[in-house]
Design a protein. Structure first.
Ligand code: DMJ
Length: 934
């Protein structure tokens, strides 16, 4: 390991400050110490088993990478269901997600250093040659500056770092002459125009050919960017500067970081999710450690590690204190408002925050890392994967899972820190789940819905850049890797940058070191690096003892039990006179209380009830405050109830050769026919109905009898189609959208509505597929003739007998074998129509004569749902354990408040104006956050 004097840090021999190399290698440093003390707890895993799992990871990587190279390259990404490349512009736009695709063979570049970590040196050499030969960085395409930096610039630099390492070893890459670095520099210069703002914060997007703001650029009009987008550049940009001697990159990245630091909310020391790049105003004032902010914090700590600049550590520590004070509610990490950090901004968490325990390990704060990781693991055990977002009571909020690597990353770092074999078992589960639920014949497919097990036709490049690296390293011994991983730091995309950069071309850091940060007091180092006594207590069951109380936190959690604690802390624990869940519109006493709180009840013509609050009409400021809280509770309750009343999506699983249950398509349910959630799944071969629209008596009953009929959408009602195929003897029906190119990736799923008449006569199950998913079945019929599917509420485990029957038809196939929204008016709560488009529950669509009428989609009518607020019931089941947890957290919260001078605002009676201002601010924040994209 190289030594250098440029950085700061700590280690075991020098308690407070020591050579930076130990800091940089915190994880590995922990491994050495930890494995030597581990004697009890989870059963140790034998070297043999670890090797077996490592080999499994290698085989899985080959399956993903091999299929990308064979079927997608030079496209940016593989579409693993349709087994082809994703070329931007040739597929329906998925919005911001597509901004990662720059027609630069993204997956190949993102995979470069993974190949070396996985010991595939020969393949690495080939891959580098392909990048140099084929990749064009000058395409007329608008890309995300953030994604291009972390994936492409980071990928090229990681590739370069390992190429020069291999060259020095003398066997491979002897021909290499810094060509990847030259490409990285070319790309770096292409990104620089994005920084042409007065603030120094980069524009979020840039045209690779035309930059920003030129008419041809088609970008440059954006005013906002996310904090992570502007604050996740320093590692790649500084590495580029230090590798090349061109200081401009590091200077720009530092300037952006300096600006974000200046703009932090000064009383909470938190940052918001999005910021105006021109004015520096916070656009979204909610603050967490997940989507939109995550890697800003990561890069502050890692910039200190890589560059040895104290200012980054001081900033990180300041933010970390704030995170632990306000956002961390172990085991949860919950977003708050930057101005009112004791007020939760959300009732759910996003999957991106799963990286945070890993960062806490790097910081040396192991206990909360273990707690959060354990909570996340339990969510995974429940749903097989971490859903994109899940509520504080661990229900699915957004059901997708694009094979994100953050949880594997944290698992790796926790294993390194604790040496606890438990984390190897966690890794094993991740491998099993990936093979069981995400593996498809042509790669690994993202989960469209973790509840149904359905797939999305996407395999993001970060899956290859990160997931396989962390999983492989988890099971690897030092001698399994051809270089010393401790000499490198992982970027946020898990690209490897050498630590020796800290002493190379350091002119920028010297030039820009402000006097404010020249001296750090010892408190900066208190928790920065592992203090062996705390990290590795003499008790080898340390990690287990932290996990144990959390073992049942997911299974035994009460809906909204936890979040309520914070809500109640809103007014120093005072009980509101009326809880939303208790409210009865026919109770005169309740109506009286509403009046006092300034809340009026409006009966709408259509039978719905609307609550409106005018704080000014409340009897006092305290009553107004109670009214605000009542409204907030009612919004949550109503939105929750609406979700619960809607049917979740269903799954169509192709079970015949060569799919064998591996491909699962997301399907919309019907409000009539057999309810697949209550009955056993329906299995059968598919057959197209004639006429294909199914709008009249079928002319081919012999073809569909005993089968699942395929019917095209349009021309008549869904129920009519169902009756016609049922009469022909079909055992089920799949309606396929007639809008060519439609897909559940890009269009919201809905439930097929009845025809307004009694539909009890329809007994067969009916499901809806968008055109793209439908054509996967139609293509399969063309190719294999006999196609058998399973209609169910949730994908079923693959049939092992079927698997055994599989005849590998290609090399790849043989590889396969092994394996609250608030309504627009700020103080009105309409008790229905509160579903966010992002929600995974479904609106209904009546079938219309033509699919052009799709836009006429009607949401389930208010009167059918909760026209009467009396029907709103809190689903909380306050059994003993939940109450205990509540009490525990309540105590915690109270202690926190008592000892925290910043929360005194909550105990004061606020003037009405300020309550109104706060309320409006909250509404704004809630509205923004519901629109948030992950
Ligand atoms: C990766 O591209 C990076 O880890 C990034 O920081 C955020 N998350 C994705 C993968 O989930």
């Amino acid at each position: 390991m190289s030594e250098a004097g440029g950085g700061r840090g700590c280690g075991s021999s020098v308690p407070q400050r020591a050579p930076w190399s130990l800091v940089a290698a915190t994880a590995a440093f922990c491994l050495v110490s930890a494995t030597s003390v581990w004697t009890a707890g989870a059963a140790p895993m034998s070297r043999e088993e670890r090797q077996k799992l490592g080999n499994q990871v290698l085989e899985m990587f080959d399956h993903a990478y091999g299929n990308y190279m064979e079927h997608a390259y030079p496209a940016d990404e593989l579409m693993p269901l349709t087994c082809r490349g994703r070329v931007r512009g040739q597929e329906p736009s998925r919005g911001d997600v597509d901004d990662a695709l720059g027609k630069f063979s993204l997956t190949l570049i993102d995979s470069l250093d993974t190949l070396v970590v996985l010991n595939k040196t020969k393949e690495f050499e080939d891959a580098v040659r392909k990048v140099l030969r084929d990749v064009n960085l000058d395409n007329d395409v608008v890309v995300s500056v953030f994604e291009t930096n972390i994936r492409v610039l980071g990928g090229l630099l990681g590739g370069h770092s390992l190429a020069i390492m291999l060259k020095e070893k003398g066997e491979y890459m002897q021909w290499y002459n810094d060509e990847l670095l030259q490409m990285a520099k070319q790309l770096g210069y292409k990104l620089l125009p994005a920084f042409n703002t007065t603030s120094g914060l980069p524009y979020p997007r840039i045209n690779l050919k035309f930059g920003v703001r030129k008419p041809e650029a088609r970008t440059g009009t954006e005013t906002d960017t996310c904090t992570a987008c502007a604050g996740t550049l320093i590692l790649e940009f500084a590495a580029l500067s230090r590798f090349t001697g061109a200081t401009v990159f590091e200077e720009y990245a530092r300037k952006a970081l300096d600006f974000l630091w200046e703009k932090r909310q000064r009383s909470s020391n938190l940052v918001g999710v999005t910021i105006n790049i021109h004015t520096g105003d916070w656009v979204r004032k909610d603050s967490g450690v997940g989507a939109g902010i995550d890697s800003y914090y990561e890069y502050l700590l890692k910039a200190y590690v890589l560059l040895g600049d104290d200012s980054f550590l001081e900033r990180f520590n300041t933010h970390y204190d704030a995170i632990m004070r306000y956002i961390s509610q172990p085991p949860l990490l919950l977003d708050v408002h930057i101005h009112k950090p004791m007020l939760n901004a959300r009732t759910w968490m996003d999957a991106l925050l799963a990286f945070f325990p890993g960062l806490q390990v790097l910081k040396g704060d192991i206990r909360p890392a273990i707690e959060t990781h354990e909570m996340l693991y339990q969510v995974i055990k429940k749903h097989n994967f971490l859903p994109e977002a899940f509520t504080t009571d661990f229900r699915v909020h957004w059901a997708q899972h694009p094979l994100r690597p953050e949880f594997a990353e944290s698992t790796y770092f926790l294993y390194k820190a604790t040496g606890d074999p438990y984390y190897l078992e966690v890794g094993k589960t991740l491998i099993e789940n990936l093979n069981k639920y995400a593996r498809v014949p042509c790669g690994f497919a993202a989960m469209k819905d973790v509840r149904t097990g359905s797939h999305e036709d996407r395999m993001d490049s970060f899956f290859l850049a990160e997931m396989f690296k962390y999983l492989y390293l988890l099971f690897a011994d030092k001698e399994d890797i051809i270089f010393d991983i401790e000499d490198y730091i992982f970027t946020t995309e898990a690209h490897l940058l050498p630590l020796w950069l800290s002493t190379t071309n350091q002119s920028i850091s010297k030039k820009n070191t402000t006097s404010e940060y020249t001296e750090l007091d010892d408190s900066n180092f208190d928790w920065t690096c592992p203090n062996t006594q705390i990290l590795f207590p003499n008790d080898p069951l340390y990690a287990q003892s932290i996990r144990e109380p959390l073992k049942n936190v997911v299974d035994k959690s009460c809906p909204r039990g936890i979040i309520r604690v914070r809500e109640e802390s809103f007014r120093s624990g005072a009980k509101p006179p009326l809880r939303a869940r208790d409210f009865m519109a026919t109770n005169p006493e309740h109506l009286e209380i509403l009046k006092k709180m300034g809340v009026s009840l409006i009966h709408l013509k259509d039978g719905r009830v609307q609550l409106v609050q005018h704080a000014i009409q409340a009897a006092s400021s305290i009553d107004a405050e109670d009214g605000l809280r009542f409204m907030q509770e009612m919004i949550e309750l109503s939105s929750q109830q609406q979700k619960e009343q809607q049917l979740p999506p269903r799954a169509v699983q192709i079970v015949s050769h060569p799919f064998f249950g591996r491909v699962v398509l997301t399907a919309g349910p019907a409000q009539f026919g057999l309810d697949l959630s209550k009955h056993k799944e329906t299995r059968g071969f598919v057959a197209s109905s004639k006429p294909y629209n199914g709008c009249s008596e079928l002319t081919n009953p012999e073809a569909v009898v005993g089968k699942i009929a395929l019917i095209q959408r349009g021309q008549c009602m869904f129920a009519e189609k169902a009756r016609n195929v049922q009469n022909a003897g079909a055992i089920g029906g799949i309606v396929i959208d007639d809008n060519e190119g439609s897909s559940s990736d890009t269009a919201p799923l809905f439930q097929m509505a009845g025809d307004g008449k009694d539909t009890d006569d329809i007994k067969i199950p009916m499901l809806f597929l968008f055109s793209k998913e439908g054509s996967i079945i139609l293509d399969a019929i063309r190719e294999y003739e006999e196609v058998e599917v399973l209609l169910s509420d949730k994908a079923k485990d693959r049939d092992p007998e079927m698997e055994n029957e599989e005849q590998p038809s290609s090399e790849n196939d043989s590889q396969n074998q092994s394996a609250e929204q608030i309504t627009s008016s700020s103080q009105e709560v309409d008790l229905v129509d509160q579903e966010s488009p992002e929600e995974s529950s479904l609106n209904s669509q009546p079938e219309s004569p033509s699919s052009a009428d799709m836009d006429n989609a009607a949401s389930v009518s208010a009167s059918e749902q909760n026209s009467n607020p009396m029907e709103i019931h809190e689903t909380t089941s306050l059994d003993g354990e939940c109450t205990d947890l509540d009490n525990q957290l309540q105590e915690q919260s109270e202690t926190e408040e008592d000892s925290n001078p910043n929360v005194s605002w909550g105990k004061k009676v606020q003037p009405i104006d300020s309550i109104l201002a706060d309320w409006n601010e909250d509404i704004e924040a809630f509205e923004m956050m519901e629109k948030d994209e992950l």
